[in-house]
Design a protein around this ligand. Sequence first.
Ligand code: NAD
Ligand code: DAU
Length: 350
Amino acid sequence: MSQKTIIITGGAGFIGSHVVRRLVNKYPQYTIVNLDKLTYAGNLANLSDIEKKPNYIFEKGDICDTSFVKALFQKYNPDAVIHLAAESHVDRSITNPLDFVMTNVVGTVTLLNVAREAWEGAYDSHRFYHVSTDEVYGALGEDGMFTETTAYDPHSPYSASKASSDHFVRAYHDTYGMDCVISNCSNNYGSHHFPEKLIPLSINNIKNNKPIPIYGKGENVRDWLWVEDHARAIDDIFHKAATGTTYNIGGHNEWKNIDLIRLLCAIMDRKLNREPGASAQLITFVTDRAGHDLRYAIDATRLKEELGWEPSLQFEEGLERTVDWYLENEAWLEQVTSGAYQKYYEQQYS
Ligand code: NAD
Ligand code: DAU
């Protein structure tokens, strides 16, 4: 297989670290450059198992900084970008929308501009892969699923910023002929997930006998996908997708938040040798998220039919493995929940 140099942005985050790990291990002939600003969500400990591999390089920097990104392109002459860097948490976007415009929109356009200039005249052999979310499609009612042709209808500042970045990526394909691909994925879960998100936050709270905050009545539905299945889908799409294509990625695995948390509580009771039902007593209904989308569900038929991708894990098994990872990695959890996390938690949940 040919040699390639790939810049992966956001590689120190949750999904990015799984993508970096997969590509570094699977393609020793590639050079993987991880470009990450190391915000509160970025953590080099997520990559401690591969950081010494000869085909892995870390570069700290901001995707909004044109001079830095240009210098990085000059230094590495990359064949491709896989772009995951983003502000990713909906609740934070409600408090600080401009941070999301900066990173998710301006940062993406900055990368596109530098790539366009660097690759001009050779777009056929250079790929820009933009990793996006199902939240751009808005909310579903009781029925139906998002397909690749569902109209965009974002509701939160986060999803509006991701929708905007998707439009820019498509515009650079249509206007300049750049080789761009996009994927829109449903909710991921698994190891190294920052405990501001529902599943790791709940695991951490159950472990510490703290209330589990459920927004509204817990009726909202999400379609959960094992993060390593997402990384595999990104690998497949990066290597096989036709230029200009979009793929939806999802788990065919819809759960009401309250049902998911009850399952998680039962797993935690077993793992922590608690009486059955003990952890569920921590469930606490709190004020709903503003503009809270009722239901997401992804139709990933195109990805299955064209590239042969399917989710590999049953949710119960994936959730159990996730719980095991958090219980076995207490130092990681303590590191990310100390300091600034405490302040965030108080502001969000007090
Ligand atoms: P995350 O918040 O865990 O990680 C984001 C990473 O980006 C961090 O390492 C952070 O340091 C880095 N980053 C942030 N701003 C940066 C900047 N200006 N310059 C360079 N690096 C910067 O996010 P995640 O959950 O891993 O999501 C990764 C991508 O996948 C995002 O684009 C997100 O929209 C998308 N996505 C996430 C999910 C999900 O369930 N988490 C689902 C679908 C799509
Ligand atoms: O659908 C893909 C998206 O999934 C990604 O694009 C986002 O980056 C990612 O953060 C995730 O967004 P959600 O808002 O769905 O994830 P979160 O874990 O924040 O919330 C999941 C559900 O749980 C949602 O209905 C809100 C609810 N929730 C969340 C938190 C943090 C609670 O009830 N209580 C909580 O404390």
